[in-house]
Ligand binder design. Structure first.
Ligand SMILES: *Cc1c(COP(=O)(O)O)cnc(C)c1O
Length: 409
């Protein structure tokens, strides 16, 4: 839906041979919302796997990916998974969530944060957003905690950390476990400490839309020393095969719950290529993000548009850039205006508390008015490492030629 690069828009003029401007139809490629970046090492790495006899998981590329991710996140241990969703499901299995348990989570998030709770029969309890970051806060979480609450699953929207000091204190006081959905958060930090290193568990995603991609994939970060062996077993179909391969046990057998959560070497080869170039990709993302922030400022101020902000004590990974328009009519009007200029802008999450599954499987203790209001007015702009500065010029021109108030409900 986002990257039909053959579609185009008409515009500009070209000089003819005798220098008389002749209007011409120039098909400009559509600028997508996101686009995975090819570092160049993906192909040789995948070819080296194909040339080997080890295509299944947990080979040399997976080991390297684990080491690279550990460096980036400071997590105690790392296990790659077949998706970010599966990493969250693994966390729910490790927590031994059962029907009747409640887990507090944001309403403004991707469905996976909640499906990972509901798939164990536990109840996701949805809470509202802080208007400044769209994240949950300690107060919003505290208002939803009951004697049934087992854990809090937070999501760092756009990789801007939730207030981990306050939420960490709340979890300690109430005896709740913290799980970070850090799908947006690789490269982000809170007071200098990398995201993914705070929760008992954290989940990363390497879907194409994230800051590093392996097509589909993710990782579980384990910060609780005692849980690593069990996480490894659950990831390997409930067997102690990983211990067997390390020579810790001399036969391997079925020992616990489990599923098949480990990705093929073909995919972790791609992930290694991406992670080895992560700093360069991030530098380019930050240039794009900083330019939006600087060059949209005066238009935004004059138009009553809010731009994404990042609290001073958080280091964001330039995962996305959004603005919040004055009205819901302006959200659709702005997206349509961008599309007319060949630029894809997009709204984001429809709050889960009002979704059909959220109503059937979850609980919403108080109205999530901020999330609903802002979700209806928020638009994301294209952010990806390969966005050229001339293409970003087009995005900026398209955005700043939108007349606020011209959208129709
Ligand atoms: C992308 C994403 C996930 C997990 O996605 P997968 O496609 O399963 O890797 C989970 N939570 C959030 C907030 C996400 O953006």
């Amino acid at each position: 839906m986002v990257s039909h690069r053959t579609e185009g828009v008409y515009g500009e003029t070209q000089l003819s041979a005798n220098r008389i401007p002749v209007p011409q139809l120039i098909v400009l490629p559509v600028i997508p919302l996101c686009d995975p970046f090819v570092t160049g090492l993906e192909r040789p790495y995948v070819e080296s796997v194909l040339a080997s006899d080890h295509w299944h998981g947990d080979g040399p590329f997976t080991k390297r990916a684990h080491a690279l991710l550990q460096q980036l996140t400071d997590a105690r241990s790392v296990l790659t998974t077949t998706s970010g969703t599966h990493a969250l499901e693994l966390a729910s299995l490790l927590l031994e969530l059962v029907p009747g348990d409640e887990v507090v989570c944001p309403t403004f998030t991707f469905s996976s944060t909640a499906t990972a709770i509901a798939i164990r029969g536990a109840t996701p309890v949805f809470v509202d957003s802080d208007p400044a970051t769209m994240n949950v806060t300690a107060d919003l979480v505290a208002a939803a905690v009951t004697e049934r609450t087992r854990a809090v699953y937070v999501m760092h929207y756009g990789g801007v950390a939730v207030d981990l000091a306050a939420i960490g204190d709340l979890c300690r006081e109430r005896g709740l476990l913290l799980v970070e959905d850090a799908a947006h958060g690789l490269g982000g930090a809170y007071r200098g400490q990398p995201l993914g290193s705070f929760g008992t568990y954290a989940a990363l995603s390497f879907h194409d839309t994230k800051n590093a991609s392996m097509g589909e994939g993710g990782a579980l970060l384990v910060n609780h020393g005692g849980a690593r062996d069990r996480a490894e077993i659950i990831r390997e179909k409930g067997t102690n095969r990983s211990q067997f391969l390390r020579g810790v046990v001399d036969k391997y057998t079925w020992t616990d719950h489990g599923s098949s959560y480990l990705p093929s070497e073909l995919l972790t080869a791609v992930l290694c290529a991406q992670l080895e170039s992560f700093d360069a990709m991030q530098a380019r993302r930050h240039e794009v993000w900083d330019r939006y922030k600087a060059e949209l400022a005066s238009w935004a101020q004059a138009s009553g548009v809010e731009l994404m902000t990042v609290p001073d004590d958080r280091q964001h990974p330039a995962h996305l850039f959004y603005l919040v328009l004055p009205t819901a009519a302006d959200q659709s009007g702005f997206i349509a205006h961008l599309r007319d200029q060949g630029v894809i802008g997009a709204f984001h999450y429809q709050p889960l508390d009002a979704s059909p599954a959220g109503r059937a499987l979850g609980r919403t203790p108080y109205p999530c008015d901020v999330a609903h209001d802002r979700a209806a007015r928020l638009v994301r702009l294209p952010v990806y490492p390969g966005l050229s500065s001339t293409d970003q010029d087009r995005v900026l021109d398209a955005a700043t030629t939108y007349a606020v108030g011209s959208g129709r409900a």
